[in-house]
Design a binder for this molecule. Structure first.
Ligand code: MLT
Length: 248
């Protein structure tokens, strides 16, 4: 396996595609998706734009759908949900499809929608995603951080490093080495970032510019703690049809 890390969807090469793609948006889209599917949502359907979201949601039975919309860290008016992992409780999401659009995370998903195998990852489920990749053994893995409007984001790179660390753990008695796994310098740098912050992930999220944005908006302490928790979930969100993620 060779893993390349791209810190924003804009960095993904225009040509070709990995055998597997993993999209990360720790703050907060892929954390929210993992919790929603863990709590019984039928699926999360991701949209880069709101007009397509509305058209798809309108064609779904009202009692089995929820609209989740976020821009700039804030819930969109008229939507059932914003993008908080704490809001997707079993009572709210069980059996429902979540039609979701966020500032960066759903755009990153859209960019690698054509990957033969597509997962989403957060700190909460990074070991589960790593175990799945180890069992599937794709030759090339493209890990895509959502970033912020094209810019680097600390928290997504941190989680890419956490995923790499889990992939380096001995599996079946054989340990893979970073020199074999890292397909580009960004992957090696993400791993170094994780080694630096692994004992204080929440501090890293609070230092990150989007973590600071959420703190400025106020009332996000519980979200930050939830997004910083590592290996709390075993769910692996997997794309089953373009844009549609289900628990696997
Ligand atoms: C995004 O897609 O940029 C986010 O998940 C932002 C957020 O809601 O914190």
């Amino acid at each position: 396996m060779r893993l390349s890390y791209f810190h924003s969807p804009d960095r993904v090469p225009g040509e070709g595609m990995g055998d597997a793609a993993v999209v990360i948006d720790v703050l907060r889209a892929t954390t929210t998706m993992a919790w929603a599917l863990h709590n019984g949502a039928e699926a999360v359907q991701a949209f880069a734009d709101l007009a397509s979201l509305d058209a798809a949601a309108d064609s779904w039975p009202a009692e089995r759908r929820l609209r989740a919309g976020e821009r700039g860290g804030q819930k969109l008016d008229g939507f059932d949900l914003g993008n908080s992992p704490l809001a997707v409780t079993p009572e709210v999401v069980n059996g429902r499809r979540i039609f979701m659009s966020t500032t960066n995370g759903t755009r990153a998903l859209d960019r690698v929608q054509s990957a033969p195998l597509l997962f989403t990852c957060a700190l909460a489920n990074r070991s589960a995603v790593a175990a799945r990749l180890l069992s599937e053994q794709p030759k090339t893995i493209w890990v895509v951080g959502s970033g912020w409007e094209g810019a680097y984001s600390l928290e997504d790179s941190l989680a890419a490093g956490a995923l790499i660390e889990a992939l380096l753990r001995p599996a079946a008695g054989v340990a893979m080495e970073l020199v074999q796994l890292a397909g580009n310098d960004e992957a090696a740098a993400a791993h170094a970032l994780w080694l630096q912050w692994q004992s204080q992930p929440e501090q890293a999220l609070r230092l990150a510019s989007h973590g600071q944005r959420l703190q400025r908006l106020g009332d996000h302490d519980a979200d930050l703690a939830c997004c910083a928790s590592v290996d709390t979930l075993t769910v692996v969100p997997q794309q089953c049809e373009p844009g549609v993620l289900q628990s696997s």
